[in-house]
Design a protein around this ligand. Structure first.
Ligand SMILES: [Zn+2]
Length: 307
């Protein structure tokens, strides 16, 4: 008889260091196993009372250039790529100790976090993992930006980017990925943040993006991609927008069974969509799924646990 898919954590502690893309400061981050129903919890070890900040859509306090969580006066920012990595590995419960206000940017994608957490190993709890199954369409708009969730038996995401620029005009401005058939880890997790050098000067004048470099972003001037090796995927820009949306929506605390559609959307719209879902409990239900954790086919968008 099938058993249910259980919640997941990691087997052992792992840590790394990197820089905060906005502060430019060095950051140490440590991932520790957590018991069932803990959720994802950040601990600010640099603050005197080591406050905990729960990863949760209703605790998002700022969405300018990154997603920031706040709780009891403490904040942690730039959490979205890490959250996308946790979604990819199906990790439900984790304690994350961090000695700064910002998750390190690593290479600007989710891939370094996935690599590190796979080194720690994935452990399944006995408690059933719950999924949010979309039953009715939800939509939010902000100006001409739009984000939607629709019913779908699996998880897929599409994104449309509208920007008339000589570089963006050379690459796809739309992509659609069905993670029931396509591996997020192989096909999207390596997509990096990107930005125009002219916007970088403006952001740095506001003390943002002080740690930004071609080591952690795709840099674009008026006509060229500045990174010597070019892009990792032809549609890296739109794939990164999907990666951001997945990370932002994983603040719901559970993986979605449904379809995400984004049009010119970003962190503010992603968080508005998550809050819209929380405000409409008739549009979704919690479900658990049967299956062996080693079988990728049971729920293909989630990384199987290595035997
Ligand atoms: Zn991003």
């Amino acid at each position: 008889m099938d058993q249910h898919l259980g919640q997941r954590t990691i087997k052992s502690c792992v840590s790394t260091t990197g820089i905060g893309v906005h502060t430019g400061n060095k950051v140490s981050i440590k991932f520790k196993p957590a018991s069932e129903n803990t959720g994802i919890r950040f601990i600010r070890t640099d603050l005197s009372n080591t406050p905990a900040i729960k990863a949760c859509a209703s605790r998002v306090s700022n969405t300018m250039l990154a997603t920031t969580l706040s709780q009891s006066g403490a904040s942690v920012s730039c959490i979205e790529h890490l959250m996308a990595a946790l979604w990819a590995l199906g990790i439900d419960n984790l304690v994350i100790e961090i000695d700064s206000e910002e998750v390190p940017i690593m290479d600007g994608s989710a891939a370094p976090f996935i690599y590190l957490l796979k080194q720690a190993g994935i452990r399944q709890h006995n408690t059933a993992k719950q999924f949010i199954k979309i039953k009715k369409a939800l939509e939010v708009t902000a100006g001409d930006a739009k984000a939607c969730l629709l019913p779908y038996d699996g998880f897929k995401a599409s994104y449309t980017f509208v920007y008339d620029h000589p570089v963006f005009n050379r690459y796809p401005k739309h992509t659609s990925l069905d993670f029931t058939k396509t591996s997020f880890i192989d096909e999207a997790s390596k997509a990096r943040s990107f930005g125009l050098t002219k916007d970088l000067d403006q952001a740095q004048a506001l003390n943002k993006c002080l740690g930004s470099s071609l080591e952690n972003a795709v840099g674009i001037d008026d006509h060229h991609i500045l990174n010597q090796d070019g892009l990792r995927y032809e549609d890296e820009f739109v794939k990164h927008k999907i990666l951001d949306a997945i990370g932002d929506l994983y603040l719901l605390g559970k993986s979605l069974l449904g379809e995400f559609i984004g049009y010119k959307s970003g962190h503010p719209t992603n968080n508005a969509l998550a809050r819209e879902l929380l405000a409409n409990p008739d549009a979704w239900e919690l479900v658990s799924l049967n299956g062996q954790p080693q079988q990728a086919s049971t729920i293909p968008f989630m990384q199987p646990i290595a035997a």
